[in-house]
Ligand binder design. Sequence first.
Ligand code: FES
Length: 171
Amino acid sequence: MPAAPATPSTPADAAARATTGPASVAATPAPRPTRRQVLMGTGAAVAGACVLAACAEERPTPQGEAQALGALAPGTRVVALADVPVGGAVSAQLDGHRVLVTRPAEDEVHLFSALCTHAGCRVVPADGALDCPCHGSRFALGDATVLVGPAVDPLPEIAVRVEGADVVLAG
Ligand code: FES
C-alpha cells in the first residue's frame, strides 16, 4: 500500500497553503537593527548635520576676509610692486586669503578681498577691471565699485602702502 502523500491535496489544503505560505514569509519580522546600529546611524546623521551647519556658519564673507586681513601685522608683504601691471591687477594669497592687488596708475596700488560681494565667487583680474566669472559682476580697479551687477557692493579694501620694492599692509 502506497504511503500517504506528505502534503495534503484537497482544494481547501491548497488554498490554506496559498494563504499561509507567503503570508507567513511576509509576517516574518525584518531583522531589527541592533542598538549599536541605531546609535551609529543616529551619530552619522548628527555628524552630517553638524558638517552642513559648520559649512554654513564658516562660509567666508568679503567683510570677514577684510577684517581678518586688516588684523595682520602692518608691514606684511603682499606682492612685489613690479608684479602688478600699471592699469591692471594680480591675484594673490595672503595668509590663506584670496586677494587682488590693483594698480590703476603708476603710483597707486590697492588691495581688495577677492570674494565677490554678490555670492562669494572668486573675482579675478580682467582687462582694466576686476571680473567675477560666476554671474558677470565687474568692479573698478581704483576702488572696486560695481561697474556691472548683479553685485551692488564694492569689494572691501584693505589698506596697503609701497615699501621699497614691495606692496605691504599699511596697518
Ligand atoms: Fe560674483 Fe555672482 S558671485 S557675480
